[in-house]
Design a protein around this ligand. Sequence first.
Ligand SMILES: [Zn+2]
Length: 117
Amino acid sequence: MAMQEFAKNNHPNEIIVLLRGSRKGDDFIITDFLLPPFGSGGHGFASFPVHMLPIDFTIMGTAHSHPSGVLKPSTGDFHNFYGRIMMILGPPYDQPRAAAYYKSGEQIPVKLASPPR
Ligand SMILES: [Zn+2]
């Protein structure tokens, strides 16, 4: 199942997933997503306990959904930043309804290479 599909199925609840992939130059290639252990989602709230995570260097960051459709990160999002990048998905959850950010707040262009199935 694609990440966008997962977000769509849980709408209007927020979802949060871990992004697995690799780094190639300035690009982050995301090939897979994982459900965080003990992740919880709800209205305007999605998080997971960071100390429960295994040490896994293929985790590039997280993605979560904003059912409101606003793709801008909230202050809370930056407080809960995990990994190198943060992606935000918005309804209807198809490209290009996604944005990605560094912890600095700088936006990263999102490209869809092939349908993530
Ligand atoms: Zn958020």
